[in-house]
Write a protein that binds this ligand. Structure first.
Ligand SMILES: [Zn+2]
Length: 87
């Protein structure tokens, strides 16, 4: 994560996409928007909590989820983070 002064205003890097964003008094100054904030929370808080809770047997958990988007997200994140899925 980088931060500093660029030109006449302070900047910070989005924790999720690393985009440089102008620092603001009324903002959290961690993410460029709330979409990135949501994705970051999902990948770094929600998914690890799910994986922890099911002891790595995420497939059994996935079968119980009806929300399709959630399944896709979990698969992508698991593939990226753990490299578990081999197909
Ligand atoms: Zn971002």
């Amino acid at each position: 994560m980088t931060s500093g002064v660029k030109g006449s205003y302070k900047v910070y890097s989005c924790l999720y996409c690393s985009k440089e964003v102008r620092w603001g008094h009324s903002k959290i100054n961690k993410f460029c928007d709330n979409i990135c904030q949501g994705k970051y929370k999902w990948e770094n808080e929600t998914v690890p909590r799910i994986l922890q809770g099911i002891g790595g047997d995420y497939k059994r958990y996935l079968r119980d989820i009806s929300e399709r988007l959630v399944v896709i997200n979990v698969k992508n994140v698991v593939r990226k983070v753990c490299g578990i899925i081999n197909r």
